[in-house]
Design a protein around this ligand. Sequence first.
Ligand SMILES: Nc1ncnc2c1ncn2[C@@H]1O[C@H](COP(=O)(O)OP(=O)(O)OP(=O)(O)O)[C@@H](O)[C@H]1O
Ligand SMILES: [Mg+2]
Length: 349
Amino acid sequence: MRKSTATDASSSVILAVESSCDETSAAISKNGEILSNIVATQAVHENYGGVVPELASRAHQQNIVPIVHQALQKANITKTMLNAVAYTQGPGLLGALLVGSSFVKSLAWGLQIPLISVNHMQAHILAHFIESPRPQFPFLCLTVSGGHTQLVVVRDYLAMEIIGETMDDAVGEAFDKIAKLLGLPYPGGPHLDRSAQQGNPERFSFPATSMPELNFSFSGIKTAVLYFLRDQLKHNKQFIEENLSDLCASVQSTLISMLLEKVEAAASQTGIREIAIAGGVSANSGLRSQLQVLATQKQWQVYIPKIEYCTDNAAMIAMAAHYQYLAGLTDTLAVSPNPRLKFGSENND
Ligand SMILES: Nc1ncnc2c1ncn2[C@@H]1O[C@H](COP(=O)(O)OP(=O)(O)OP(=O)(O)O)[C@@H](O)[C@H]1O
Ligand SMILES: [Mg+2]
């Protein structure tokens, strides 16, 4: 239930909370400047090879009070100085989202200040406005994370349009699932990246699926790797150990070429030359360096976030909340989280 509130643009001190998946995070922003950003990563999931939703909710419950306390303390801000509180409304795990939303709603009620609901995927993109250099509008953003792969035209802080997305798995999911097949610990993406840096990307060849228009598909490569490994392991039980870095480099290079092919097509279709990447997979060293190379060839201006702002964090939620606050976009306490929240959808009713 979104409402329009007259907000004081000259003063926006916002506490933002992120709890959509397995990171509990709180940040404070003042007039769009991030004063603190505390992130607690939940190690409990490592034992299960993936995020266990029930355990994520319990860990958020344990973490949220100390994390918010630390964020306030580091920013040297007291609760009474806050002008608004913000939280991730979705997309994400419902139980995890409920912890953040309930906590923040109680604060909004107790302090009698506005509540701001933020779309997590829009926030990943707005992480680019935390620090300079900031992209110029309109820019193209390739958002690549654990749950999403999207090509977005960003016309303004709050005006974004998805022009391409995955039809099945997200690229982060492909990284993680293939890493698991290779026996790497969870979350596999960063481990696969590290091993790929020592390997030969041309040693093995995996099929790069190309979907119509600006869409992606990552389920085929996962199955191709599964069958390839199964066949190789029949002849040599040590195949993975003996070839790990070449396997990682070959998989990573195929995934990156699938991503960059569509970025190139989107840039040519839209004529936009300001190109950004966002989300957890934008921490990938190969994607970062290959995008730079392509940008030099194409004369694009590229924007690559600092590693700490690639994966989930509350600073990006605070940034999105700052622009929503300036636009007077706040919510009533009747709002609730939406695990499948879409861009531009009017909350969750
Ligand atoms: N260096 C890296 N190389 C490849 N993948 C990486 C790297 N670092 C992180 N990732 C991947 O990023 C993903 C996590 O990103 P993020 O925290 O943005 O996702 P999420 O919040 O779980 O999903 P979403 O944002 O879609 O809701 C995981 O799949 C992880 O493996
Ligand atoms: Mg995320």
